[in-house]
Each structure stands twice: as structure tokens, then as C-alpha cells.
Design a binder for this molecule. Structure first.
Ligand code: NDP
Length: 280
């Protein structure tokens, strides 16, 4: 069994980005907006700011109170849309319930939508011709590439059908010529379907969602889930100790997919900068 080391792979990607930025004197700018005080969102935002600093990017943070209105948030996005220092705009989700996430994401200028959450970007991912990669699924694909894991012709099973992870993950695997099955909470015979997977990606968000009896001997197991266990520690969806005995490759949580998501965000911001400045 090979442990897939997301820290090393994400570091290599960030190093490549930092070197390109330094050599060319680029100044990509990312604005990160956080609304309210969700502790997990705070950790993600801090990590994104740290990655910006590491890559030599300019970054700004806008922390709005949970009571902020949708109008205030959209006004801020409109201001950032025309700010020349800002190439990418990211609004950390989830937003407080009184704010319509779809309307907020739609307000971000397409050239600055580095999270690729807008309807247009999601559609482009489906077609396979996109500027900004969906961060978490593209991070998974980068891990597979780094470890020379062949995807073409393989049976890939994705558990979870969210717009930001499951669906785009299925699309990227499909573009890489896997035969993809997309599962969800209403899937019948989940265990049997998973047992047929050469590549199994779990994006459920529940501890123990993937147990050893769902995994084929020699399968590649990618755990996107980020959960807190009873001790408050981070834990994935996969029963890691048992599944690692059967898998050929497996990602740990933390240190697997998580760091990749941020590295791809940096890559998207660099792409946005180059496009906005007409650098090719
Ligand atoms: P969502 O809650 O939006 O989606 C979860 C999906 O899992 C749904 O499609 C749901 O099905 C499905 N599901 C729930 N229970 C079961 C079950 N028992 N069997 C099969 N399918 C089930 O979550 P996200 O996609 O946003 O995130 C998934 C996980 O990934 C979370 O733990 C999140 O924290 C993590 N995450 C990690 C990232 C990273 O960087 N590593 C980035 C983003 C997310 P249905 O549609 O039928 O309800």
C-alpha cells in the first residue's frame, strides 16, 4: 500500500507557482470574503491567506459579521470585480442562511471566479473546456497524476453528488476516460457498486461511510471527507486502518486531498491574473 502524500504534492505545485510568480514579477491578487464566525471556515480562510503569502500573491481579507445582508455582500463583490489589484474573488461557504449562495456566486465576475462555483463554470467543466479547475476534484486528479495512477478504462466510483465535489469529480474522471458511477444517499446496493471500483472517491462527509467490505483488493481509495470525531480531531469518511490493508493507494485525512484544494486555488488565481493581464 502506498500512502498518497497530499502535503508533498501540494508543496510541489505551490513551489512551481511561487517560482513562476517570482521569475516574472507577477502580482496575482486574491480577495477572500468570510461572513460570520464559523470556526472551520476561519481555518480554511487562514490557510488560503498563508498559501497566498507563500506563492508571492497579494491578498485581501474581508470579514463580514453574520448579520451582513446579501446586498452588502454583493456590493462588496461588485467593488472587487472592478478592482485591478484583485484577480480572484472567493467567498467562503457556507454563508448564513439568510443569504442566497447562488446569487452571491453569480455576482462574481466570471474572469475572477477562481473557485469555479458559478453555473457557467460548472457547465464548462461538464463540457471539458474550462479556464478554472474545480479545486477539490482537480486536486484529486493531480494526486492521481503525481502517483502515475492510470485512470483510462478504469471503473471509478464517486460517492457524493454535490455541485462542488461529487459532480465535478465524476466529470474530471470521465474526461480522463474512466467509466464513472456517481453514488449518493439513495443509491441501492452501494456496497456492491463500490466493490467494483478500481478508483473509489468518497465525498460524503460522514465518518465510517467507507468500510473495508466496500473496497476491492488493490483499489485506489481517495478520501475527500473532512469530519470531526468525538475527540474533535479531523477524520475522513474512510475507515482508514482497515481499508489501508486492502487498498493499493490511499489518502490520509488530514494530509491528503485537503492541501491540494488550496494549491489548485492558487493555480486558478495565477491563471486569472495572466488572463486579466493578457499574458500568454
Ligand atoms: P454535501 O453534504 O454537499 O454532499 C454529501 C453527499 O454525500 C451528498 O450527495 C449525499 O447524498 C451523499 N451522502 C450522504 N450520506 C450518504 C450515504 N450514507 N451514502 C451515500 N452517499 C451519501 O458535501 P460536500 O460535497 O460539500 O462535501 C463532502 C465532504 O467533503 C465533506 O466532509 C466536506 O467537509 C469535504 N470537503 C473536503 C474538501 C477538501 O478540500 N478536502 C473540500 C470540500 C469538501 P444526497 O445528495 O442524496 O443527499
Amino acid at each position: 500500500m502506498t500512502l498518497i502524500d497530499g502535503k508533498t504534492v501540494s508543496q510541489a505545485l505551490k513551489d512551481r507557482i511561487a517560482a513562476e510568480v517570482k521569475e516574472n514579477g507577477y502580482t496575482p491578487g486574491l480577495a477572500v470574503i468570510i461572513v460570520g464566525d464559523d470556526p472551520a471556515s476561519r481555518v480554511y480562510v487562514n490557510n488560503k491567506k498563508k498559501a497566498c503569502t507563500y506563492c508571492g500573491f497579494y491578498s485581501e481579507e474581508y470579514a463580514l459579521p453574520a448579520s451582513a445582508t446579501q446586498e452588502q455582500l454583493i456590493d462588496l463583490i461588485h467593488t472587487l470585480n472592478t478592482d485591478e489589484r484583485i484577480d480572484g474573488i472567493l467567498c467562503q461557504l457556507p454563508l448564513p442562511r439568510h443569504i442566497d449562495e447562488t446569487a452571491v456566486i453569480a455576482a462574481i465576475a466570471p474572469a475572477k471566479d477562481v473557485d469555479a462555483f458559478s453555473e457557467a463554470d460548472v457547465g464548462k467543466v461538464m463540457i471539458g473546456n474550462y479556464t478554472f479547475s474545480p479545486c477539490t476534484p482537480a486536486g484529486v486528479m493531480e494526486l492521481l497524476r503525481y502517483y502515475h495512477i492510470d485512470v483510462s478504462g478504469k471503473n471509478a466510483v464517486v460517492i457524493g453528488r454535490s455541485n462542488i465535489v461529487g459532480k465535478p469529480m465524476a466529470m474530471l474522471l470521465l474526461h480522463a476516460d474512466a467509466t464513472v458511477t456517481l453514488c449518493h444517499s439513495k443509491t441501492a446496493n452501494l456496497k456492491e457498486i463500490c466493490r467494483n471500483a478500481d478508483i473509489l472517491v468518497s465525498a460524503v462527509g460522514k465518518i465510517g461511510a467507507v468500510t473495508a467490505d466496500m473496497v476491492k483488493e488493490g483499489a485506489v481509495v481517495i478520501d475527500v471527507g473532512i469530519n470531526r470525531n468525538a475527540d474533535g480531531k479531523l477524520q475522513g469518511d474512510v475507515d482508514f486502518e482497515a481499508v489501508k490493508e486492502k487498498a493499493s493507494f490511499i489518502t490520509p485525512v488530514p494530509g491528503g486531498v485537503g492541501p491540494m484544494t488550496i494549491a489548485i486555488l492558487m493555480q486558478n488565481t495565477l491563471t486569472a491574473y495572466k488572463n486579466n493581464k493578457n499574458i500568454h
